[in-house]
Design a protein. Structure first.
Length: 117
């Protein structure tokens, strides 16, 4: 089992920044990647960013490229999402996920990000 605990959400004005953190505990073997999805009111959950745990390769949805940066701290089993130049359309609940071998994705509880214009 894997437990994911998120922190760092909040409310900011457009153009501001927030940094999300997601700390993983429990199983450590077979971890492929960790990352973030988000879900805005009335919309489906969408992929935001991911980082491959072994290689450190990163991938982003086009709408956040150049503004968001995903990173990890292997020793702390933590993944971060630095969000700069935030826009009102970034408003959503952000969910951390972890991808392990032979398991469905593990999910965090979600953290609210609200960007006002």
């Amino acid at each position: 089992q894997v437990q994911l605990v998120e922190s760092g959400g909040g409310s900011v004005q457009a153009g501001g920044s927030l940094r999300l953190s997601c700390a993983a505990s429990g199983r450590t073997d077979g971890r492929n990647a960790m990352g973030w999805f988000r879900q805005a009111p009335g919309k489906e959950r969408e992929f935001v960013a991911t980082i491959r745990w072994g290689s450190g390769s990163t991938y982003y949805i086009d709408s956040v490229k150049g503004r968001f940066t995903i990173s990890k701290d292997n020793a702390k089993n933590t993944v971060f999402l630095q969000m700069n130049s935030l826009k009102p359309e970034d408003t959503a609940v952000y969910y951390c996920y972890a991808d392990f071998d032979a398991s469905p994705y593990y999910w965090g509880q979600g953290t609210q990000v609200t960007v006002s214009s």
